[in-house]
Design a binder for this molecule. Structure first.
Ligand code: SAH
Length: 328
């Protein structure tokens, strides 16, 4: 819901100042529409129905994976595709993975999102509406900015959205923003953000040479500079930075590369998430044996590491698979 538009329309009608808050509270708690808002006069509800779309996004399609993961494809008012995912874990956690852009201007070699056309930055309302969509299905308690797009290229809207999430039931400590290491945004994130929002860094290679092959953005913002910035985040917030490392067979999964990774990363600052590669047609994923050997090398070097659970692969909802191609 576009809350600025809501306030504007309420002000035009000289409605009491608290009405905007009431409407938002209903929406944030998972109401399906204005008709449920029993403490708002019927005539006002009808008016809002006409003038302020309940969501800035239209749902185009929804798919459910065998593991319970739900992927939603939306369209913005001006027709741009956006995907978001609800991940359900056995321990009861409900995590929403939201997109910050329609498509992505970066072209990481292994990621499907970079293959589709880049649309535009999403507004804060368009980001929050992804979470609200899932909140209408069930209560949610974690959010990751790991859908389509690079959050640090759209930092103002991403932060505005993140700041609204506690009303939806997702605290800042349970909110993670992931970046390729886009330094201008990352610097601002470190310097300006007071909220205890978590940071994840998509690393994927232990050297500049290999990383530049996989992620062209590395030519612009080399590893040492981004790692220094992550260290500054840790120094200021005392919260570890998650490193994402997607395991590509024969590319970045050798034990020597694990050792190089352990040399590169300070175990006080970083915690590594090894991500099984989700097929997007461009690479082969590492074998589970290779992943286990890689992790064992990190363990020996005392660099904290876990292997991420893959969710939603059968509906193309897993990391790197969001490309707004409807499953038909
Ligand atoms: N642009 C930001 C936010 C997206 S996060 C970023 O890159 O951090 C999505 C994560 O999934 C990133 O770590 C990305 O590198 C990873 N990823 C991309 N393609 C993948 C694939 N095919 N399999 C597994 N992970 C992938």
């Amino acid at each position: 819901m576009d809350r600025a538009l809501l306030q504007q329309r309420l002000a035009e009608r000289a409605e009491a100042g608290y009405r905007a808050g009431q409407v938002w509270e209903w929406a944030a708690r998972g109401a399906a529409g204005y008709r449920e808002m029993t403490n708002i006069p019927t005539s006002l509800r009808a008016q809002l129905e006409q003038e302020v779309p309940f969501s800035t996004l239209d749902l185009v399609q929804e798919a459910k994976a065998r593991d319970g993961t739900v992927k939603a494809l939306f369209r913005t008012g001006d027709g741009h595709p956006v995907e978001a995912v609800l991940m359900r874990y056995r321990d009861g956690r409900r995590s929403v993975c939201v997109s910050s852009q329609s498509g992505c201007p970066l072209t990481c070699a292994f990621c499907a999102t970079g293959q589709m056309r880049f649309g535009r930055n999403l507004t804060a309302s368009e980001i929050v509406d992804q979470a609200l969509h899932f909140r209408r299905i069930e209560p949610v308690d974690h959010a990751v900015f790991m859908g389509m797009g690079e959050p640090m290229l759209n930092l103002d809207s991403v932060l505005e959205a993140a700041r609204a999430l506690p009303d939806v039931g997702i605290t800042w400590r349970r909110t993670t923003i992931s970046t390729v290491g886009w330094l201008p945004g990352l610097r601002r994130f470190v310097d300006e953000v007071e909220e205890p929002i978590r940071l994840a860094f998509s690393l994927h290679a232990p050297t500049d040479e290999l990383r530049s092959q996989l992620m062209p953005v590395n030519e612009r913002y080399p590893l040492a500079d981004v790692i220094a910035e992550c260290a500054r985040y840790f120094a200021r917030r005392r919260r570890k930075v998650f490193v994402e490392y997607v395991m590509l067979r024969g590319v970045n999964d050798r034990v020597e590369q694990a050792r190089a990774l352990a040399e590169l990363l300070d175990p006080k600052v970083f915690k590594v998430n090894l991500i099984p590669y989700n097929p997007t047609g461009m690479y082969d994923g590492s074998t589970s044996k290779a992943i286990a050997a890689f992790k064992a090398a990190l363990d020996r070097a005392r660099l904290p590491a876990t292997v991420r659970l893959t969710r939603g692969r059968d509906i193309q909802a897993a990391c790197g698979q969001l490309a707004a191609v409807s499953a038909g």
